[in-house]
Design a protein around this ligand. Structure first.
Ligand SMILES: *[C@@H]1O[C@H](CO)[C@@H](O)[C@H](O)[C@H]1NC(C)=O
Ligand SMILES: *[C@@H]1O[C@H](CO)[C@@H](O)[C@H](O)[C@H]1NC(C)=O
Ligand SMILES: *[C@@H]1O[C@H](CO)[C@@H](O)[C@H](O)[C@H]1NC(C)=O
Ligand SMILES: *[C@@H]1O[C@H](CO)[C@@H](O)[C@H](O)[C@H]1NC(C)=O
Ligand SMILES: *[C@@H]1O[C@H](CO)[C@@H](O)[C@H](O)[C@H]1NC(C)=O
Length: 507
């Protein structure tokens, strides 16, 4: 069935969507199938930060093991080789990369920062230096640091509840130390996974709001006359609608960013992770959380925005040859796209390195497929998010943003299907039909040898890997005639940058 979507012009798009539903035919068993992408061109529906892509570094020591496997190696903030060339190049390629330093152990940390002392004081038996990663020894000047503070300081425990006010003394002295050293901290985040029922321990929403107000006060004291001012971020936990609603209401202006964590694939030990990742209705599930949080922020008297503060997909360190393999990009890119649709401003991937879910391999520092996926997203997907849908197989996921490097747009397509190549035509409402012959730039990502559990990814048929000096490869597109449909092979990802599709939403 052929149809010419370019004639849609300026008509109400929902009407056409309905109409076109009837003329898309899905022929079972066919190796190629047609489909249509629809983009609403009048306004954008969300706006991400320019540095939306964020990654985490954690405190886990080499002794952290899950299901009998110890996947952290030398990737903890205490022992990571910060002079590794690949690591440095990987971070630099983002200019800037947001880096969130935190994780479970952050709520046990005591900062050895008394002014006259060496900042790197001994603190736990197998952890020799505490503040090894200050920007002084961390040559990551192109990273924006988000630092997670211990929210349990001063609290007493009643069963699983941590009660009483937060003792800000030690944290405040740590803030003072970083200011004195001229370290720029982009944001201070209070606590890790203590919201709702909490992981191990929990704090009530009302008390958390009071604690965040105390952090805000400390920051105002310490940063008097100092710029830039850091963001106040909380609670860095799992979304719980009642808890978050109460927290956001009570925290008022104290909090700038409301963070939540995403581990929607279940435990790393689950043998069905791949199946879940390739199941469109499974992926859709997390949309409810993003939408709920968006509605809470919209209906509260707050100007706070939402971030995903930590997301590894599968918890307990992910799963080897899934979380670090090509197949994970279907989960990860879908998350980036979906969270942006619901106005999430920043998305922090657990981890930059460490565990089985690193953007970089924990042992070799080699970029995993998700690293390149993240980098392409960062370079191609601009701030403004466009309302986008796909008419055709459910195995296609589609997201579109105004382009980052042109006045046009970038479309991201994921084909979860393992049999069918999809030829996708593009329909845009409220936009003039591009009339020149400017070619589009396409980036096709596939797994090496079509093995989705491979850690090697191909871009337009060529293997992506660092050179012997640890340089990140340049990511070059292929150029395609503008009138041709976008061809999405089975189990592949396509970014299509269309520089001459000029939408009112993007101008
Ligand atoms: C897809 O569309 C093209 C024309 O746009 C048509 O020639 C082709 O038969 C269609 N394929 C399927 C499987 O419907
Ligand atoms: C807060 O913690 C500091 C140590 O960091 C301690 O000296 C002080 O007594 C504590 N304050 C309260 C009210 O417990
Ligand atoms: C911090 O910056 C100020 C002003 O630029 C400068 O005077 C001071 O020496 C710096 N301190 C350190 C520890 O670098
Ligand atoms: C994995 O999926 C199969 C098939 O859907 C199911 O029978 C099995 O119980 C699942 N295993 C786990 C651990 O969920
Ligand atoms: C293709 O995917 C289906 C599930 O969507 C699965 O049952 C089948 O085994 C897969 N085939 C291959 C060759 O991977």
């Amino acid at each position: 069935m052929g149809f010419e979507i370019r004639l849609l012009g300026r008509s109400p798009w929902r009407y056409y969507l309905l109409l076109l539903c009837f003329i898309v035919v899905n022929i079972e068993g066919d190796a190629t199938e047609n489909g249509s992408i629809f983009i609403y061109g009048k306004n954008s529906i969300g706006q991400i930060d320019d540095d939306f892509v964020c990654a985490t570094l954690d405190w886990w020591p080499p002794q952290k093991c899950d299901y009998g496997s110890c996947s952290w190696g030398q990737a903890s903030l205490f022992n990571l080789d910060l002079n590794n060339k690949i690591l440095l190049n990987a971070v630099k390629a983002f200019t800037p990369l947001k880096l969130r330093l935190g994780g479970t152990l952050q709520d046990k940390l005591i900062y050895g920062t008394e002014d006259s002392h060496n900042p790197c004081t001994p603190f736990v038996k197998d952890i020799t230096r505490l503040f090894h990663f200050t920007q002084g020894c961390l040559p990551l000047h192109r990273a924006k640091i988000i630092f997670g503070l211990n929210a349990l300081a001063g609290k007493s425990f009643q069963g699983g509840s941590a009660v009483g006010p937060w003792n800000s003394t030690n944290a405040e002295s740590f803030l003072r130390y970083t200011v004195k050293k001229n370290y720029t901290i982009h944001g201070w985040e209070l606590g890790n996974e203590l919201s709702g029922k909490g992981i191990g321990k929990s704090i009530s929403a009302g008390q958390y709001a009071a604690d965040v107000a105390a952090l805000r006060k400390s920051i105002e004291n310490v940063y008097r006359g100092v710029v830039p001012k850091p963001l106040v971020i909380a609670p860095g936990g799992f979304f719980d609608a009642n808890w978050y609603k109460e927290f956001v209401t009570k925290a008022g202006k104290s909090v700038d960013v409301v963070t939540h964590h995403v581990y929607n694939l279940g435990p790393g030990v689950d043998v069905n992770l791949t199946q879940k990742i390739l199941d469109p209705s499974y992926l859709d599930g997390e949309g409810r959380t993003f939408n709920n949080l968006k509605n809470i922020l919209r209906t509260s008297a707050t100007s706070a925005t939402a971030w995903v503060g930590e997301a590894g997909g599968a918890y307990n360190s992910g799963r080897r040859l899934v979380s670090d393999a090509f197949v994970d990009s279907f989960w990860y890119l879908d998350q980036l796209g979906m969270s942006a649709v619901y106005d999430t401003k920043t998305y922090c991937r657990q981890t930059l390195i460490g565990g089985n879910y690193g953007l970089l391999d924990t042992k070799t520092f080699m970029p995993n497929p998700d690293y390149y996926s993240a980098l392409l997203w960062h370079r191609l997907m601009g701030r403004r998010v466009l309302e986008t849908s796909f008419v055709g197989t459910k195995k296609i996921r589609v997201y579109a943003h105004c382009a980052k490097q042109s006045k046009g747009i970038t479309v991201l397509l994921l084909n979860l299907g393992n049999q069918t190549t999809v030829e996708a035509k593009l329909g845009i409402t409220f936009a003039p039909i591009p009339s020149d012959s400017t070619k589009r730039e396409e980036y096709h990502l596939t797994a090496k040898s079509l093995d989705i559990h491979s850690q090697t990814m191909l871009l337009n048929g060529n293997i992506l890997s660092v050179d012997k000096d640890g340089n990140i490869p340049s990511l070059k597109p292929v150029y395609v005639e503008p009138l041709k449909p976008i061809v999405v092979a089975p189990l592949s990802v396509v970014f299509a940058h269309i520089p001459n599709a000029i939408l009112p939403a993007c101008t």
